[in-house]
Design a protein around this ligand. Sequence first.
Ligand SMILES: *Cc1c(COP(=O)(O)O)cnc(C)c1O
Length: 356
Amino acid sequence: MMPIDLRSDTVTQPTPAMRRAMAEAPVGDDVYGEDPTVNRLQQMAAGLLGKEAGLFAPSGTMGNLAAVLAHCQRGDEVILGHLSHTYLFEAGGISALGGVHSCQIPNRADGTLDLEQVRSAVRPDDVHHPVTRLVCLENTHNRCGGVALSVDYTRAAGELAHSLGLSLHLDGARLFNAAAALGVPARSLAEPADSVTFCLSKGLSAPVGSVLCGSEAFIRKALRIRKMLGGGMRQAGVLAAAGIVALETMVERLAEDHRRAARLAAQLGSIPGLQLDPGSPHTNMIFAGLAPERPEDAAAVAGRLKAAGVLVGVVGARRFRLVTHAGIDDGAVDRAVQAFRQVLAAGIPAVSSSVT
Ligand SMILES: *Cc1c(COP(=O)(O)O)cnc(C)c1O
C-alpha cells in the first residue's frame, strides 16, 4: 500500500487533467515572451489577484526572492516576521544574493506582526542606518500553524507601510487556503499588497511553479531579476499548463482539505501522549507535540509511524506537522489515526543496553 503522506501538501501529484493539459499545451520560448500557455497562466493569476501582471517562477522561493530584489536595493532593509518562511527557509537568499538586510519582528501566534512594532522598526534617515524599504507578510502563515491573516489586518498593514513610504509584499504561498478559510476572495487578501507570490505546487497540486503578481512596472523589473537568477525558462508552457488546470479545478476543493484536517485533529486530540497546538488546525495543517510523559523524540515516533505506513513532518525535537491535501481522503485520515494510536499505545520502547 502507498504510504499516507502527511508531511506536506507539496507531495501532491498532478491530476490526470493536468497531465493531459501538459501534453497538449501550445508552447513557445518564454524568454522571448512567446509561450502562449505561460502568458495565459500569468494573466489568469494576475486577474484572480486583482493585479496588472503576473510572472511564472519555478518556485515560491524564487518568486519571493525576485520580489524582494525588485523592491529593494543592496543594503536596504526588509521588515519581516521571525517565523516567516523567507527568513527561516529560503536559504538566506535575500541577503546572500540580494544584499538585503532583514529586520525580524516577533510573529504573534496569529501570524501577524504588531503594527506598532513595524512602525518603530522603520529606520530614521541617518547615515548609520540601512534604508527601510519593504514589509513582508505571510498568508497563510506556515510556522504559526497555517493560520490565515484577515483582510482587515492586511489592509491595516498595507496602509501603514504605504503611509511610511514602504512597499508591502505578501508571501501567499497558500493564499487560496487563506481565502477558503476566511470565506473571502483571494483578491481581497492581495489587494493591500504591492506584490504577491502564491504556489501552484502545494495544495493546488501542480507539479512545479509559483506566480508573482504586481503592477506592470514591478513585474517588468522582476522579469529581469528572474532571468538573472536563472529562472528564465524556455517552453515552460508545459509546466504552466498544469498551473492553469490547478487554478481552474483545485481552488474550490481546498475547503475539503480544511474539513479533513479538522476531522484528523479531532481524532488525534483524543490520543493520550499527543497534544495539539491550541486552535490547530486553522487550515490544512495540524501542529502537535508529544506530551511530557512521552520521553522519546518526535523523530523516533515518526520512524515508527513510517513503519506503519504514515509519513509525518518533524518540526522540532518533540513536534510534528501534518498537512492534508488532495492525496488524503477520509480513509487515509482514519488509517493515520489508527497508526498514531498503535504507535503511541505500544508504550515507550525500552532503552537497549549498551552492554551486550
Ligand atoms: C513553500 C513556501 C514557500 C516557498 O515555496 P517553494 O516553492 O517551496 O520554494 C514560501 N513561503 C511559504 C509560506 C511556503 O510555505
